[in-house]
Design a protein around this ligand. Sequence first.
Ligand SMILES: O=C(O)C1=C[C@@H](OP(=O)(O)O)[C@@H](O)[C@H](O)C1
Ligand SMILES: C=C(OP(=O)(O)O)C(=O)O
Length: 428
Amino acid sequence: MKLQTNAKGLRGTIKVPGDKSISHRSIMFGAIAHGKTEVFDILRGEDVISTMNAFRAMGVEILDEEGKITILGKGFEGLKAPKTPLDMGNSGTTTRLISGILAGLPFETTLFGDDSLSKRPMDRIAQPLRMMGAEISGQTKRDLPPIQIKGTQNLHEMDYELPVASAQVKSALIFAALQTDKKAVTRIIEKEKTRDHTEDMLVQFGGEIAVSGKNILVPGGQRLTGQKVVVPGDISSAAFFLVAGLIVPNSEIELRNVGINETRTGILDVIEKMGAQVIRLQEDRINKSATLVVRTSELHGCEISGEMIPRLIDELPIIALLATQAKGETIISNAEELRVKETDRIAVVTELLSKMGAEITPTSDGMIIRGKTPLHATDVNTFGDHRIGMMAAIAALLVPEEEMNLARFESIWTSYPDFFSDLESLMP
Ligand SMILES: O=C(O)C1=C[C@@H](OP(=O)(O)O)[C@@H](O)[C@H](O)C1
Ligand SMILES: C=C(OP(=O)(O)O)C(=O)O
């Protein structure tokens, strides 16, 4: 596809699509709860559709109307063995979270996905779920998909310290812990604090969980009740337009309905550290959302590491582009998790931005970027990774040439089906 280049100023307002993490979880909680769950503003991206289809294949009734989906949950016990293997598509979140649910169900299921998913390690969930009593087998030592999960109704509690900072692993273990015995309590200790949408939603569905810093206690034998969920916009999708607004000359962009849960707002902290401002309007504390406004700004490099990383992990490709337009050095470290996302995002970001003229050096756990550098057009590829594709489309806005093409652009539909029409709406 031909990308828009040489942008002269982006102006306007975008309503950001629903948060992907919250959308997945709303379907899962709706399916394991009893009664009706109504979800408003859910993301209709391919990853979330993979989650919906998986639960439909397990006998859950999910009605899809304009603006709302309704899930008729019958509890964990209402989930039936699917007749065929479940297709997880490109979605790591679907695969890992559903595994925690399947671990406690009395049947065997196979999970498989696309080429990218088939390279993503599932040992991080397989090992602790085996410790709780499930039988799981995957490919190679890293339990790559396809994986087989044979659940048990005798899951037992455990104390588990996460070896990686991962909300997906934490969430899988919370779903498994809910299915242990009534008197059991599972203790999960996080390596770093990660997104806490599962914990929030568990409480919303009438469940019990005790969180104290990185320590989490989950009692077993819980019964959840269907709820009404309003999904805020995805800050990880908003990130592309936050960056566009900061680096394209003469821009001012307003992003409505952006989720600002503290565990997700690392990118806002980075923008401030780089010397620019994100204005927050109409903050809604219950729904944890706000309208964000950015304008073209002078930026300087900064350091991004430690506890901040899980709070912006999916934004690092677009933050790397931002850093190419900031004066001085930006050092990203402790982000080795980028190597096991939809692509090896350290390798792919470095390759793509270097080809466009950026000064960027990969390290084992991050990148060092020196700015500010002009970028030039070159044909690029998403490598099947939505976030790489959207980053490339924003980078193209800065190049002076007329022609720049993006191959495999369809991968963007996994998290942001309206990305190009939203971008178009900001053009003069
Ligand atoms: O729990 C979630 O919804 C997610 C957690 C993160 O993955 P990890 O748990 O692997 O860090 C993130 O990268 C992913 O896009 C969504
Ligand atoms: C890593 C991501 O998603 P997942 O792990 O669900 O594939 C992402 O959306 O950037």
